[in-house]
Design a protein around this ligand. Structure first.
Ligand code: ADP
Ligand code: G6P
Length: 484
């Protein structure tokens, strides 16, 4: 990279790596997410950096392993250290007990504790200080997700001008929900400190605009499509919709590998060649796992012909275990699985296989490839990558995607062949599953082919490009064309 050219600085709550302590020594392993895969080449080309929390409490000595990782990756990682109190107030508290439930329409689960708010501001300031320390005036700062909505505001307050973009990975709620937030105007105003604010869907963006109109009527809003501009107190920000995606080829290639083919066969044999229904989620109340299990119960009650003909495999990754709501959900799911299995199991057949752990990527892809029907039924979701990963991995193109109408992916995928359901309507979901069992395979093939085509065209590289092209279009004279 030339010395004077712009660099990209990515900031997210978590660094894109997994940190573990092995015998007193901190070990860093690369994270496997699509975002890091797509951003890595851009960061490498621009000599960029990534700033985020390591996931540990307090100041852990990870300077050497991070430096080693940075050398290999071709871009550098800079940690933000959070104290135990900051993790409790900013991460568990404000981010995950206020913003996460509120933005997913779970207002009754919110804990509007004022100390959380102060901790959120302090932590955003701390992230901003690390950005100031490692960035230059000419860098472009791309901030990710709801943990860091105040970062650009902090930079501005510190008198450090930077071009900043923000992408919200979760939904933005409508005004009747958002207006319950005690700090609502401050959040909206702070988001307008970014030059570009990206949402997952047009609906999220229009919800934001409605909240803006209600809270800051003096703001002037103009434009349409991905060219909406908001001017407030002489500053203009742009608002766009950029549906995030996955590394399609990575999933499709892995699914076609010999290793995954063998694992797929092993899973199928272990389940005695019965039809496989699959759910894959972090264990989170937004994902609708209890409702999905109830839909399976309804399926077994209403359509006894299907008993012993399928296995429903639910993979759940442990998540945010320090928050009581998540622990309560785990207990509820275990109870429901036990109840439904107890009600319907026969010698040699248990309807629900429940796995509570993170799986190696090859196993996950083998489950995707093996599944005849994916049940992706969140109660609300920003996008839902599992829906796209399932299609990419379904190389036989015979699978069926049953998708919640409340997932951000619904708009994009319905027109290409996903079967949309209301996850609260457990009888309705059961009927759609039953219908999928009795639909001609040629129909499934047609739909899955279209779904895969649409995801292949709009993959994670396309997404990074659309955001950055939009972000940089204001500074086209400053930025070299995007590579990678
Ligand atoms: P969220 O970001 O809310 O967790 P997404 O569906 O967008 O929801 O992304 C979930 C990610 O977690 C996917 O990339 C998926 O591959 C991964 N994942 C889900 N379940 C497992 C599992 N059991 N083992 C490994 N990875 C998983
Ligand atoms: C969602 C959020 C991400 C977050 C992830 C895992 O996808 O949008 O920002 O990183 O969940 O949650 P965690 O709390 O473990 O980071």
């Amino acid at each position: 990279m030339e010395g004077g050219s712009k660099r990209l600085v990515v900031v997210s709550n978590r660094l894109p790596v997994a940190l573990s302590n092995e015998g007193g020594r901190w070990v860093i392993k690369p994270g496997g997410g699509g975002l890091v895969t797509a951003l890595a080449p851009v960061l490498k080309n621009r000599g960029g950096l990534w700033i985020g929390w390591s996931g540990a409490k307090g100041e852990v000595d990870i300077v050497d392993p991070l430096a080693e990782f940075s050398r290999e990756a071709g871009y550098s990682l800079h940690p933000v250290y959070l104290t135990e109190e900051e993790v409790a107030g900013y991460y568990h508290g404000f981010s995950n007990e206020v913003i996460w439930p509120l933005f997913h329409d779970f207002q009754s689960r919110c804990n509007f504790n004022p100390t959380y708010w102060r901790s959120y501001l302090d932590a955003n300031l701390k992230f901003a200080e690390v950005v100031v320390r490692f960035s230059r005036d000419s860098d472009y700062i791309w901030v990710h997700d709801y943990h860091l909505m105040h970062l650009a505001f902090m930079l501005r307050n510190m008198g450090v001008p930077r071009s900043c973009g923000f992408f919200l990975h979760i939904p933005f709620p409508p005004p009747d929900i958002f207006l319950k937030l005690p700090w609502r105007a401050k959040i909206v105003r702070s988001l307008l400190e970014y030059d570009l604010v990206g949402f997952q869907t047009g609906r999220d963006r229009s919800n934001f605009i409605s909240c803006l109109r209600a809270l800051l009527p003096e703001a002037s809003i103009s434009g349409r499509g991905n060219e909406v501009r908001v001017t407030l107190l002489g500053r203009t920000s742009r608002l766009g919709a950029f549906p995030i995606s996955i590394d399609f080829n990575a999933f499709a290639n892995m699914a076609s590998s010999g290793e995954v083919a063998q694992k797929t066969k092993d899973f199928r044999d272990a389940l005695r060649q019965r039809k496989i229904l699959l759910g894959v989620d972090r264990l989170d109340y937004t994902k609708g796992i209890p409702q999905r299990i109830e839909a399976i119960r309804q399926l077994l009650i209403k359509f006894p012909d299907l008993r012993e003909r399928f296995s429903f495999v639910q993979l759940a990754v442990p998540s945010r275990e320090e928050i009581p709501e998540y622990n309560a959900l785990k207990i509820e799911i275990e109870r429901l699985v036990g109840e439904v299995n107890g009600q319907f199991a026969q010698p040699g057949w248990v309807p629900i296989q429940y796995l509570y752990r993170s799986l190696p990527r090859a196993d996950l892809v083998a489950y995707y490839r093996a599944a005849d029907i994916a049940l992706v039924t969140p109660l609300r979701d920003g996008m839902n990558l599992v829906a796209k990963e399932y299609c990419a991995s379904n190389v036989s193109e015979t699978g069926v995607l049953i998708l919640s109408e409340f997932a951000g992916a619904a708009g994009q995928l319905q027109k290409n062949g996903a079967k949309l359901v209301n996850p609260h309507d457990v009888e309705g979901v059961a009927k759609v599953i039953h219908k999928a069992f009795h639909t001609d395979i040629a129909d499934h093939r047609r739909n899955m082919h279209r779904l895969r085509d649409s995801i292949r065209k709009a993959d994670i590289f396309w997404w990074v490009d659309s955001f950055l092209q939009n972000a940089f279009s204001r500074h086209l004279n400053d930025f070299p064309p995007l590579e990678g």
